[in-house]
Design a protein around this ligand. Sequence first.
Ligand code: NAD
Length: 293
Amino acid sequence: MHEVKRVGVIGAGQMGGGIAQVAAVAGFDTVVSDTTDAAVERCKATHAKLLARAVEKGRMEQADADAASSRLTYAVGGAEADGLSGADIVIEAVVEDAAVKAKVFSTLAKRFADPVILATNTSSISITEIGAAASKAAAGADARVIGMHFFYPVPVMQLVEVINGLATEEEVTKRVIALAEAMGKTALPANDRAGFVSNRVLMPMINEAFYALMEGVAEPEAIDGIMKLGCNFPMGPLRLADFIGLDTCAHIMDVLAEGLNSERYRPCPLLRQLVTAGRLGDKTGRGIFDHQK
Ligand code: NAD
């Protein structure tokens, strides 16, 4: 099995930055690439802040934080950045836009030959579709395309959902599971259906909480309280929706409705209405709950 030593991450945002940090802390030589200097600088500053905080809180020794920093490098140029050279795996975490991802994977497939793994952190786009974009650029590259779905915040969340596209080779899945485990995560495999497992199960539950609210079954605090105390959830579904972003929730429901060909997955009218009003949750200060206070 070809061992992963050097990890390339494309997209230095919330998720890409977190994935790169966890890879570097786990001992991998890691490079993060974005399209702009500003994005890369923001990511670098976040890494410095989070590693310093981990030391301050006693979660990490200073020497380990320094070693992780020394393993992190930054590049501008997206999938074309020279700094990505020598990567054994490239993990894509750019914006959730199928056309942008197709372009990134087309570049990666031409640039990186077997056995380099081409992974995507997409939360809702088909891995098979991303694989097809790769194999159009370099025949057979879809065998090396796989979903490596981390959760936010990456340094804290334990799960990596590993999603096989139609053409993903078993060896690639094994190597990705081994990498996720070496990064201190628990990897669980799934196949490529809309929403994979995480969003397929979570989002309809969140959507149902909006229906319960819309129909006056209970007040938001009661809906969340009942699910927290009755089901042992750390956070109620409505609070979680605010945290994820109501626009993201509505978008994923639409993806489920299209992908699973069923209207029962359409976003609840109340969810859509709040998105239209710009009440998107924590990121706008108000969703179901008021976060401005
Ligand atoms: P983000 O907006 O924080 O970061 C995206 C980054 O990608 C930005 O820095 C942007 O400059 C960069 N980018 C855009 N086009 C690029 C390109 N062509 N080449 C290189 N960089 C490019 O977004 P995020 O929340 O980090 O999400 C990234 C991916 O992770 C998405 O596919 C999203 O669906 C997925 N995801 C997000 C979460 C979450 O909770 N935020 C959880 C799991 C998966």
